[in-house]
Design a protein around this ligand. Sequence first.
Ligand code: GTP
Length: 338
Amino acid sequence: MQTLILAGGKGTRLRPLTLHTPKPIVPIVNRPFIHYQLDLLRPLNADGAMGVLLSLSYQPRRIEEALAHEELGGIRLRSVVERQPLGTAGAMRNVRSQVTGTLLVLNGDILTDIDLRPVLERHRARRAAATLVLVNVEDTRAYGVVELDDEGRIRGFYEKPESGVTSAKSINAGIYLLEPDVLDLIPEGREYSFEYDLFPRLLTSGLPLYGEVTDAYWLDIGTPERYRQANADVLSGRLRRYPPESSPPLTPDGSAVDAGATLKSGVSVTRSVIGANCYLENDVQVMDSVVLAGARIAEGARVSSSIIGRGAHVGSNSMLRNVVLGDKSVVTDFSRLG
Ligand code: GTP
């Protein structure tokens, strides 16, 4: 069993956080995001033989450097760097020569606690060429919507449909099981999208394509709102089967504070994440926020429902609500933002 994690996107919707930190390593509760995806793979890696390919294009060295010193718990990780972005399906074609059997593909920006073992079992029992994991959502407009028949075979696929195009509520969760012959349908060496190019082609190919609806926790972390949500959900324990050994130690106020952060007297931190080397001066209040490594928040400042970028400086007595500050931003004393 091999896995490909698609981790080459620019992450434009998550700017400014992704300007200097590519999405696969933005921290969720002080842990590079990709570790949550590796957690997902561990139950499938009972024989310890799983190889994971990481396809990179945007700021690949930053990702490689960040993971070089990490303990990956018995998973062999190898990166494949694209000379130019190949798109979601082009990235799959690019590793074709290394794929010998069923390939599990994960979008590199989904946080989920799905148990993939039964999905793999059904994929094999049905002799599917491709199985897409699906989740049901109320508002499908931002996603790829999949229509299934009674046997779970995929009958239709609509990428970001206008309302009224389909009544289906199941969306593409960005988790695929693919047999190698599916990869052979992708043209080599050029940009090719899974959603817009490969999937329509698969539908007319006659190959057996199945959808597997899950009710597991699932979130695409790709916007600042959802990034903050992801942190909040990990803090509040919403991810089931989240490995307890990697659960962060929390304060009584439901926060994760890195051991290397300094909190001066009278500081209150509620349902928030404080990264390494942050410095919170006297009487600072932080609520429902993510404060990334090295940020400094000066005396009496109040920060709520916000994301504070790496090394940012929030001036004394300022009030920030619902804001996203890029790395190294400076907010002067007594500012009001949000
Ligand atoms: P936005 O720019 O905000 O849309 O984010 P994104 O660049 O991550 O694009 P999108 O969310 O559509 O990508 C889905 C997944 O595919 C993400 O995990 C991306 O890292 C990955 N991805 C997107 N384009 C490429 C590419 O050209 N090459 C590789 N290897 N991965 C890609």
